[in-house]
Design a protein around this ligand. Structure first.
Ligand SMILES: CC(C)(COP(=O)(O)OP(=O)(O)OC[C@H]1O[C@@H](n2cnc3c(N)ncnc32)[C@H](O)[C@@H]1OP(=O)(O)O)[C@@H](O)C(=O)NCCC(=O)NCCS
Length: 193
């Protein structure tokens, strides 16, 4: 797959590399309590640097298959801001999935919305996505707000679909889809080449 470099007003997004590993581990550990509540990968042990390296291996193979994970750095500070992406949504022709988490220093400033808006535009326009999927677990009101703000359409709730990483509590999963990126809020997004 050709090199991916996506720019938004405040962020630069590209697939992560081994050079990002330390920053990812540090950021992950700073918000680990939140990730264990709301992300489906954040089991005990996944906060280690070793786990970051394994995760990066997955991103390299997903990228080869045409499904980029995207790491966003701040255009001014160069700091790690967010992980998002346009990854595989199995069993759906032209289906992609996205999600996000944000580093501590950049929370609450619209960065998840901005980064994911860019990832979705890239998926529809450059990767020929036909559907973008996203979901959140019960009570993650911030994520629900982002999903609705981006213009996703509610599909269904899967009762107890996920055992919360923190403690195994069963969580309902609320699933959404976007089939037309023109619903996205306006954003100046550019990519090369
Ligand atoms: C969820 C998360 C990604 C949000 O990142 P962020 O960059 O702070 O989010 P944004 O600033 O882009 O948007 C958050 C929105 O939720 C709103 N919000 C914040 N707290 C809220 C609450 N308790 N209830 C409802 N909405 C809330 C904000 O006001 C904002 O909406 P607005 O722009 O209309 O004001 C971040 O908290 C995170 O990384 N959480 C842990 C991982 C996670 O939950 N990932 C999502 C899994 S589905």
């Amino acid at each position: 797959m050709k090199d991916i470099l996506i720019k938004t007003p405040r962020l630069v997004l590209r697939p992560p590399t081994l050079e990002d590993a330390k920053d990812i581990t540090r950021a992950k550990q700073e918000v680990w309590d939140q990730l264990q509540l709301w992300m489906n990968f954040a089991y005990d042990g996944e906060e280690t640097h070793e786990a970051t390296l394994k995760y990066l291996d997955i991103t390299f193979s997903d990228l080869k298959n045409g499904y980029p994970h995207l790491l966003a750095r701040h255009r001014k500070t160069g700091e790690f801001v967010c992980l998002t992406g346009a990854t595989n949504c199995p069993d759906i022709d032209g289906g992609f999935a996205t999600g996000y988490w944000v580093s501590k220093a950049y929370l609450g400033q619209g960065y998840a919305t901005e980064a994911t808006n860019a990832a979705i535009r890239y998926a529809f326009n450059a990767l020929h996505a036909r559907e973008m999927h996203i979901s959140y677990f019960d009570d993650n009101e911030k994520s629900k707000r982002i999903i609705e703000k981006l213009g996703f359409e509610f599909l269904k709730t899967d009762q107890g679909a996920h055992a919360r990483c923190l403690d195994g509590k069963p969580m309902d999963e609320h699933n959404y889809v976007m089939r037309d990126p023109s619903v996205l809020p306006d954003l100046d997004v550019r990519w090369e080449p």
